[in-house]
Design a protein around this ligand. Structure first.
Ligand code: PGA
Length: 251
């Protein structure tokens, strides 16, 4: 399976001129998730990449001021959507219940979902087993009721393991070791299989990934790619990341 590299531009304004020349080598799939207002620019100017959104609402229309529906995203050519990012859980107080509704609506609409899970520093300080339990609970709540249409999910559901404390803007200065990331990714696959009967879903790692450390993560077969924040904002750095992943794929 191709490695998937997803760029999460968050609420940053891209210099689109720098991105026009982005070409994607074989062996890598690249998703760019710009702020909502740049979705059309990315679609028009970056023909080699798949288009992703950073959030979605669970209803398709109605009196929900400020929200954007799965159908609206699809009309814009969006194929992927990030759901449950820790920043939304933290600043927008998104609950697992809300995330569950979003995942369900997005999958139903035919979008591919990148569901973010991951523990905070206090939880991690209590040990890897506690962190695993936390992530297991998130998965169970966020994917509640989804066993019925599992065929759809395996293809369309992607999990991003993002330990909150390892995200570059978290201020902890800590990074997750590739072996710890691998252990959690394997654990997530085990939970998907044993609790939801989902095989073959891709699981990404996210948290301070850059061109220097990306190969330490994607060299493992079980880590299916990365969700990249800060390092995806600089076109040259992001091109390097893609290059490293493509080289790894050709080995
Ligand atoms: P980072 O962000 O790569 O800047 O750590 C990852 C994310 O928040 O998705």
């Amino acid at each position: 399976m191709k490695k998937l590299i997803a760029a999460n531009w968050k609420m940053n304004v891209p210099d689109m001129r720098r991105w026009r020349s982005l070409r994607i080598p074989r062996g890598v799939e690249v998703v760019i998730c710009p702020p909502f207002s740049f979705l059309s620019d990315v679609r028009c100017q970056m023909s080699d990449v798949k288009l992703g959104a950073q959030d979605v609402f669970w209803e398709n229309k109605g009196a929900y001021t400020g929200e954007v529906s799965p159908a609206m995203l699809k009309n814009l050519g969006v194929k992927y959507v990030i759901i449950g990012h820790s920043e939304r859980r933290q600043y927008l107080k998104e609950t697992d219940e809300m995330i569950n509704k979003k995942v369900s609506a997005a999958l139903k609409a035919g979008l591919k979902v990148i569901l973010c899970v991951g523990e905070n520093l206090a939880t991690r300080k209590r040990g890897l087993e506690t962190a695993k339990n936390f992530v297991k609970n998130q998965l169970q709540n966020d994917l509640k009721g989804m066993t019925k249409n599992y065929k759809l999910k395996a293809r369309s559901l992607i999990i991003a393991y993002e330990p909150v404390w390892a995200i570059s803007t978290s201020g902890t200065g800590k990074i997750c070791s590739p072996t710890d990331a691998l252990e959690m990714v394997k654990f997530i696959k085990f939970i998907l299989h044993s609790k939801f009967y989902i095989l073959n879903s891709r699981v990404l790692y996210g948290g301070s990934v850059d061109s220097k450390n990306i190969s330490d993560f994607v060299k493992y077969e079980d880590i299916d790619g990365a969700l990249v924040g800060a390092s995806s904002l600089k076109a040259e750095e992001f091109k390097k990341i893609i290059g490293v992943v493509a080289n790894n794929a050709n080995l």
